[in-house]
Design a protein around this ligand. Structure first.
Ligand SMILES: C[S@@+](CC[C@H](N)C(=O)[O-])C[C@H]1O[C@@H](n2cnc3c(N)ncnc32)[C@H](O)[C@@H]1O
Length: 271
């Protein structure tokens, strides 16, 4: 089973571990066959049982330990560990050191990906997420992990958010388990991609359905164009099981780690 990530400082780590252990969950019957963006759980919060939909991230992150217990322990999510291993391989191949990276973590959530990357020696992270509760949870559960955490909608970021994001020179991007559905659209991914220096490391995971010719999200076309027009050269690419669903299906994702060689022009998103 994939272990739930543990937190950074011993105190917060203990608090989070206790919250994970104590949290009582009830899951839907396997016969419900829920779509990936319809999945829900019932969690005991104080004296009440609360039904929470996974894609209502604010509600999920508001409950300490819920994301870790549900997504890592119950559904066995492997994505942060997979991207950690592939980034380590890419660093070895390129001769770069983990300590030289400043990572822009797009769709950062409560910090599970940054925590996994910290274990291979990456020390500087800037989180971006649309959800204020994600930022609060990251600081509650993994204090000090992010040098900055910007809550913004990158389709229309305000001046303060852009100033905070451009004031740090990021030479790596991570975006794990956050592309497509009603989550991160191509325009937001492109803005984040363009914030990373040329020569920077780009690491992301995406559901394989969104790479099909039939994909309607725009990611299939965007990723193919990034590769054919050599704005991204891939060092490591792997198909893997992101996690299971409560009715036992395996969700197949693809992880990419590569080097950025140029920005995404705005025209790509409209043509
Ligand atoms: C499934 S969680 C993944 C969190 C983290 N990457 C991980 O793997 O633990 C998806 C995250 O993407 C964020 N998200 C969704 N839409 C977004 C958007 N348009 N811009 C930034 N973040 C977004 C959500 O708030 C949530 O924190």
């Amino acid at each position: 089973m994939t272990a739930a990530p543990t937190a950074v400082s011993p105190d917060s780590s203990d608090r989070l571990s206790r919250a994970i252990e104590r949290l009582e969950l009830a899951v839907p019957l396997p016969s419900e066959h829920l779509a990936q963006d319809e999945e829900w759980v019932v969690a005991r919060v104080g004296r009440e049982w609360r039904r929470i939909r996974l894609h209502d991230y604010g509600d999920v992150f508001a409950v300490p330990g819920l994301y870790e217990k549900w997504i890592y322990r119950v559904l066995r999510c492997a994505s942060p560990a997979r991207i950690r291993d592939l980034m380590q391989q890419a660093l070895r191949k390129s001769g770069r050191s983990a300590g030289s990276l400043t990572v822009l973590d797009l769709g950062a959530g409560n910090g599970c990906v940054a925590e996994a990357l910290r274990a291979i020696g990456i020390r500087r992270f800037v989180g971006v997420d649309i959800c204020p509760e994600a930022a609060t949870a990251a600081e509650r559960d993994r204090p000090g992990l992010y040098q900055a955490y910007v809550v913004t909608d990158l389709t229309d970021p305000d001046a303060d958010a852009m100033q905070r994001l451009t004031s740090v020179r990021c030479n790596a991007l991570t975006c794990v388990a956050a592309l497509g559905f009603s989550d991160i659209p191509p325009a937001v991914f492109s803005t984040a991609f363009n914030l990373v220096e040329d020569g920077g490391l780009i690491a992301f995971t995406i559901k394989t359905d969104f790479l099909d010719e039939a994909d309607q999200t725009g990611f299939s076309v965007l990723i193919r164009r990034l590769l054919t027009e050599k704005r991204l050269s891939v060092q490591c690419q792997e198909r893997y099981v992101h996690r299971r669903t409560i009715d036992g299906r395996l969700l197949e994702y693809e992880a990419f780690v590569g080097t950025k060689h140029g920005g995404i022009p705005g025209a790509w998103l409209t043509s």
